[in-house]
Design a protein around this ligand. Structure first.
Ligand SMILES: NC(=O)c1ccc[n+]([C@@H]2O[C@H](COP(=O)([O-])OP(=O)(O)OC[C@H]3O[C@@H](n4cnc5c(N)ncnc54)[C@H](O)[C@@H]3O)[C@@H](O)[C@H]2O)c1
Ligand SMILES: C[C@@H](O)[C@H](N)C(=O)O
Ligand SMILES: [Zn+2]
Ligand SMILES: [Zn+2]
Length: 350
């Protein structure tokens, strides 16, 4: 194995990142070293790249970026008895304490002491990466690495879509960014009908159709509430899934939801949101879910099984594949411009 490797590193507290050569790390106690087979860009990586306010408060350069991954264990650190060389793994990014009130109630997804892999420590945009063994998820050998790498964000989408009944239910999805596109794939695989998607970007509306959306709406050109009412014979949708983080989309989605319907909110809003709670939620008796991270480890079982079922239409979601990291700046800029679905790197060029 090589002693040096390329890695995309946040080297400075400023916009961008650099492709640098660093030592291949050694796994410490409780850790394994993986050969990274595939790694995908998350919106969080983009925030770190852009160096937004959140990144400035959380990230401590220099640090290797990236957290969505599929890799092969090539070295096992002291004390690890759950993994061995040759295991094919992905990584749950939330490193939970196991000791707080939430963890003691098996609500690991809301652990109050969560550290995030690739955010609070070095990540996986490199040829090799250190992974805490307690956060490894073993993949079946025949799962393509680009699908295996998507399991972590797919977990967000699965928890959003499957927070309540979905089969045969009319569904509105607001936002067809990478997460919303994964949400469409999960909703269609789970039997939702019709799946109506509201998304201003024409490129992403086209992707939404390819993934399986039954109707797409441009909310900047037509009123999504009226469009939903027309499609549902005036009833409104049974299920509203918010994937955009746009306050307007939240309000429109709540208006378009049928009384007694279900709402799952994944998108993060840039500021406080003002809403007519009485008329949009309380008098409509909506069932509202906030969604964060993934349930450990139930969601991983669901995600893995959905992929293995062959029913998840993931190929149209993966719009860009790169061998090596040489063109990483192009990849980040395309994603910033909203001209991608998921972007996947295959670090080893051979
Ligand atoms: N809760 C969690 O654990 C969690 C985890 C991951 C991501 N997120 C959040 O989920 C959201 C989606 O992530 P992403 O990576 O796909 O983000 P993204 O920014 O790439 O996608 C958002 C999409 O919403 C669209 N949009 C903007 N205004 C809209 C409107 N008025 N109506 C409908 N669509 C609109 C945008 O064009 C874009 O395509 C983000 O807010 C992200 O922060 C939350
Ligand atoms: C780490 C973050 O980007 C991730 N998608 C989560 O589930 O929290
Ligand atoms: Zn992420
Ligand atoms: Zn905890």
């Amino acid at each position: 194995m090589a002693e040096k490797m390329p890695a995309i590193m946040k080297t400075k507290p400023a916009y961008g990142a650099e492709l640098v050569e660093v030592d291949v790390p050694k796994p410490g106690p409780g850790e394994v070293l993986i050969k990274v087979l595939a790694t995908s860009i998350c919106g969080t990586d983009l925030h770190i790249y852009e160096w937004n306010e959140w990144a400035q408060s959380r990230i401590k350069p220099p640090q290797i970026m990236g957290h969505e991954v599929a890799g092969e264990v090539v070295e096992v650190g002291p004390g690890v008895d759950t993994l061995q060389e040759g295991d094919y793994i992905s990584v749950e990014t939330h490193i939970v304490c196991g000791k707080c009130y939430a963890c003691k109630h098996n609500r690991y997804h809301v652990c109050q002491n969560t550290k995030i892999f690739g955010v609070d420590m070095d990540g996986v945009f490199a040829e090799y990466a250190i992974v805490p063994a307690q956060n490894a998820w073993k993949n079946p050998k025949d799962m393509p690495p680009e699908y295996a790498s998507l399991q972590e964000p797919l977990g967000n989408a699965v928890d959003t879509v499957l927070a309540g009944p979905i089969a045969g239910r009319s569904t509105l999805i607001t936002g067809a960014g990478p997460l919303g596109l994964l949400g469409i794939a999960v909703a269609k695989a789970s039997g939702a009908y019709p799946v109506i998607v509201s998304e201003p970007s024409e490129f992403r509306r086209e992707l939404a159709k390819k993934v399986g959306a039954d109707y797409v709406i441009n909310p900047f050109e037509e009123d999504p509430v009226k469009a939903v009412m027309d499609i549902t014979d005036g009833a409104g949708v049974e299920v509203f899934l918010e994937f955009s983080g746009a306050p307007k989309a939240l309000e429109q989605g709540l208006k378009a939801t049928t009384p007694g319907g279900r709402v799952s909110l994944l998108g993060l809003f840039p500021r406080d949101v003002t809403l007519d709670f009485n008329n949009l939620m309380i008098f409509k008796a909506l069932e509202v879910h906030g969604i964060t991270g993934r349930h450990l480890w139930e969601t991983w079982y669901t995600v893995s099984s959905l992929i293995q079922s062959g029913k998840l239409n993931l190929d149209p979601v993966i719009t860009h594949k790169y061998k090596g990291f040489d063109k990483f700046e192009e990849a980040f800029e395309l994603m910033r411009a909203g001209k991608t679905g998921k972007v996947v790197f295959f670090p080893h060029k051979g």
